[in-house]
Write a protein that binds this ligand. Structure first.
Ligand SMILES: C[S@@+](CC[C@H](N)C(=O)[O-])C[C@H]1O[C@@H](n2cnc3c(N)ncnc32)[C@H](O)[C@@H]1O
Length: 246
């Protein structure tokens, strides 16, 4: 696992970019991020979980997608979004208000806190999703081992973990294009829209140097999760993994 002593100041980064986060996401993924979250939510709901944690929920897009899909199948579910950025959570709560205007019967909670020390009992959640968040918890993060141990602790044995994340493309040609895009376009465009070039340099470089599906699965296997399903999306720039806690 790639660990370094000096961590990027992620907390203040998300505090700075929360207002433009969704807009930049849509632009950078050519609008595809919504369909990836939809697909990840569908996978997570297959096991019909009762209590679900959306770790690193950010502005709540994945959690609200889970809520929407649950609503359609009229199953009761308790969804908790957890994140250490109060600014990102405020954006999520605004969306929650819009969503719940339609009197939907899904329980939704947002909680602020650090993934390295979560206020939940052992085995509390049936399932967990983490979309574009695991990179933050493990890449060049000196608390990586702690984060992974907490993820495993709060999940029940046999529960499913769904991970959606950037990935290193397998095709050499696409890897070159992807690398160019991440190095020369994303940081500057993101910096321009959000006003924070440094933050988008980190985001681009962590995406570019991130893991392949096999590397990610290995890290999670060591943390106690066995791979059930893996899918490569967007020509391999994005991975969707479904794992089961041992
Ligand atoms: C790239 S955003 C992803 C947000 C959302 N899941 C999505 O799909 O767009 C990563 C989120 O992880 C949160 N985060 C990073 N490190 C964290 C930690 N140690 N504890 C809790 N949240 C963390 C950030 O505040 C940010 O909202």
């Amino acid at each position: 696992m790639k660990e370094e002593q000096k961590d990027f100041p992620l907390h203040s980064f998300y505090g700075d970019i929360h207002a433009s986060y969704d807009r930049v996401n849509r632009i950078f993924t050519f609008g595809r991020d919504r369909s990836w979250r939809k697909r990840a939510a569908k996978e997570l709901l297959k096991s019909q979980p009762g209590r679900v944690l959306d770790l690193c929920t950010g502005t709540g897009d994945f959690l609200l997608e889970l809520a929407r899909q649950t609503d359609q199948t009229a199953r009761g579910i308790k969804l908790t979004g957890f994140d250490f950025s109060s600014e990102m959570l405020k954006e999520a709560q605004l969306k929650q208000k819009q969503f719940q205007k339609g009197n939907r019967q899904v329980e939704i909670y947002f909680m602020e806190g650090d993934a390295g020390e979560m206020p939940f009992e052992d085995g509390h959640f049936d399932s967990m999703g983490i979309t574009f968040g695991i990179r933050n918890l493990v890449y060049k993060n000196s608390n990586a081992t702690k984060h992974l141990a907490e993820m495993s602790r709060v999940m029940k044995n046999g529960g499913e973990l769904v991970v959606l994340e950037s990935s290193k493309p397998a095709s050499p040609l696409w890897r070159i294009f992807n690398g160019f895009y991440l190095r020369f376009i994303l940081p500057y465009l993101g910096g321009l829209i959000s006003g924070n070039l440094k933050a988008y340099r980190y985001l681009a470089s962590s995406s570019k140097n991130y893991y392949t599906i096999e590397e990610m699965a290995k890290i999670l296997e060591v943390a106690g999760f066995d791979l059930i399903l893996s899918k490569s999306l967007f020509l391999g720039s994005v991975m969707l993994l479904v794992l089961q806690k041992r």
